[in-house]
Ligand binder design. Structure first.
Ligand SMILES: Cc1ncc(C[n+]2csc(CCOP(=O)(O)OP(=O)(O)O)c2C)c(N)n1
Ligand SMILES: [Mg+2]
Length: 573
């Protein structure tokens, strides 16, 4: 078997070379004293022309994790993040939770403060900070939100450890892993370190659907009067989109997206029934929950008791959720594209018998789509001149200028039904764990993966501040990753205010119309923040000038290679 050897050096040298050999292109880092052997190894590799991942300095850990996430969702290739011991780990928790709940693989790693107080070992304690930073169990900090955690005990097991980590990341359901790297281990000398290249630790194959379960599900769908597909996470793999489109089209099944994470189905697909399944639930007699964690909100609007429910997904019952009680008459484990294609193949044989019902449905769905288009048009006509600026108008104006393959990120009140998406991988609303602040870093990771595509990152004012904006703007400038950031500046945490009003509609807080802990008044001039790195910033208050402001921002990016930020003073949708 082909092997490579590093004749001499340190475990850190071998670690970086091995990461590169295993396809890790970037190490997004936020360094500390634990990094000394890693920093030395990067420099040595550069001097000697050894291939290692490209180090990217991220001044905040959430930006590092966001970048790894963005890079993975566009390329399918997991990357490495390294942070400083326990404290860097703590700072990265929010995005780590998101990655875990969203099945985003990341090789997340941290140093360990040196163990040794004696004066002999390389890497030993050399500063006061090395005492307080030790923990009894550093990995316990993250254990609930990673698939695998381990501490590299010795250079001898380096290859097995790295391959095991990547196998765990890339096995289904995918997700982040955590590897701790003690300084003495990293600094330890190696001699003739030999490893397999390429790796002999193949990732396990993805789950494929059970044929009998597919047959059973197909019978239910074939007999249904009003089948309905609800999805949120179709589209991480572009082939999901094609498979979903084919099945929905053949059998005339409306597809409704509930808080979509990805571009699940083209906007102009005849079975695209929009972004609110609730009005379709009453009539549905079979619902296919296609990679969707929350298909409806119990107690708000739910399907009838007789409606059959089929769940599809690589992890169809969302095993990382302690409670998730939606009925499941059939749950089929398998990559979504495989399960949808298998259903499509079986249903092809049922098409003839179901022809009359299919045709009737096709008409009903076309009428529904027309109705939705009319409503959208009327809403936009009303919104276009409103000030503060309405999210529908912001969404529409962005839609007019974005190229077909532009990447749109939503951590805001962006109204994607006022936009048009035709290609997979053009819309992302991640942050699965509900941790805000993922957008800015994710946008940078995506731009890194696709430098020739427009990247438009829309964030609420709250989300912008959660995103460590100075850190993100710095990385954008330093790595030449010009993105457009659009801040929906409603001067509040509306989601918090709205929830309070929902729970206490006639409460003291609602009546006060000035709920504590929800407002940012007076508003911030976010367009000035981007100026710290010579980005282009503009505040927009007048809806009539928004299109020109977007043009100016896009020009700054395309012509001058500068990142741009529009601080749009906006109202709630
Ligand atoms: C890290 C983190 N802290 C707090 C919250 C709770 N939270 C949910 S939505 C929200 C408000 C978001 O504000 P903004 O981005 O301005 O959007 P808006 O609701 O105003 O449209 C907050 C604070 C969260 N989800 N994540
Ligand atoms: Mg806000």
């Amino acid at each position: 078997m082909p092997k490579k050897t590093i004749a001499s050096g340190t475990v850190a040298d071998a670690y970086l070379a091995l990461l590169a050999d295993r396809g890790i292109e970037y190490l997004f880092g936020n360094a500390g004293t634990d990094f000394a052997p890693i920093i030395e190894a990067f420099s040595k590799a550069r001097a000697n022309g050894v291939k290692v991942p490209e180090p990217i300095t991220c001044p905040h850990e959430n930006v590092a994790m966001g970048m790894a996430q963005g890079y993975y969702v566009l390329t399918g290739r997991p990357q490495a993040v390294m942070v400083h011991v326990n404290v860097g780990t703590a700072n990265a928790m929010c995005t780590l939770i998101n990655a875990f709940k969203g099945n985003i693989p990341v090789l997340f790693s941290a140093g360990r403060t040196p163990y040794t107080e004696t004066a002999t070992l390389p890497g030993r304690r050399t500063g006061e900070i090395h005492w307080p930073q030790e923990m009894f169990d550093q990995r316990a900090l993250v254990r609930e939100v990673v698939k695998w955690d381990y501490e590299l005990p010795h250079g001898e097991v380096l290859e097995a450890t790295v391959d095991r980590a990547l196998n765990a990341c890339m096995g289904y359901p995918r997700g982040p892993v955590y590897l701790t790297l003690p300084r003495e281990v990293l600094a330890a000398p190696i001699k003739d370190f030999t490893y397999d290249s390429p790796s002999r630790h193949a990732h396990a194959t993805p789950p494929q659907p059970d044929a009998a379960a597919i047959d059973e599900a197909a019978v239910l769908i074939a007999k249904a009067e009003n089948p309905l597909i609800i999805t949120a996470s179709a589209g991480l793999d572009g082939e999901d989109v094609a498979a979903l489109g084919r099945l929905a089209e053949r059998f005339a099944i409306p597809v409704s997206q509930r808080k979509p994470r990805y571009m699940c189905l083209p906007t102009d697909h005849p079975m695209n029934a929009g972004y609110n399944p609730d009005p379709l639930l009453d009539d549905a007699d079979v619902i296919v929950v296609a990679d969707c964690d929350v298909p409806w909100i119990p107690g708000s609007k739910a399907p009838g008791d007789d409606c059959k429910v089929i769940h599809l997904g690589a992890d169809p019952l969302w095993s990382s959720y302690p409670i998730r009680g939606f009925p499941a008459d059939i749950a089929i484990t398998g990559l979504l594209k495989s399960s949808l294609a298998a259903l499509d193949a079986v249903l092809a044989g049922e098409e003839k018998q179901a022809r009359a019902r299919i045709d009737a449905r096709r008409k009903r769905i076309a009428a529904l789509r027309e109705e939705q288009a009319e409503r959208r048009k009327a809403a936009l006509a009303k919104a276009e001149s409103e000030a503060p600026i309405h999210p529908a108008w912001i969404s529409h104006c962005l839609d007019r200028v974005k190229e077909e393959d532009a990447i749109v990120i939503k951590e805001s009140q962006l109204l994607h039904h006022h936009m048009s998406f035709t290609r997979p991988g053009t819309f992302f609303s991640l942050g699965y764990g509900g941790g805000l602040g993922w957008g800015l870093g994710t946008a940078l990771g995506m731009k890194l993966a696709a430098r020739d595509r427009q990247v438009i990152c829309t964030v609420g004012d709250g989300s912008y501040m959660f995103g460590n904006p100075v850190s993100a703007h710095y990385v954008s400038a330093a790595e030449k990753l010009p993105t457009l950031t659009v801040v929906f500046n409603n001067q509040m945490w509306n989601a918090v205010r709205r929830n309070t009003r929902q729970l206490y509609p006639d409460g003291f807080a609602a009546k006060s119309n000035w709920e504590p802990l929800t407002y940012f008044r007076p508003g911030n001039r976010y367009e000035k923040v981007v100026e710290v790195v010579d980005g282009y910033g503009e505040q927009v208050e007048d809806p009539a000038v928004l299109p020109q402001a977007i043009d100016r921002a896009m020009n700054a990016i395309a012509r001058d290679g500068r990142q741009a930020l529009l601080n749009v003073v906006s109202k709630n949708a």
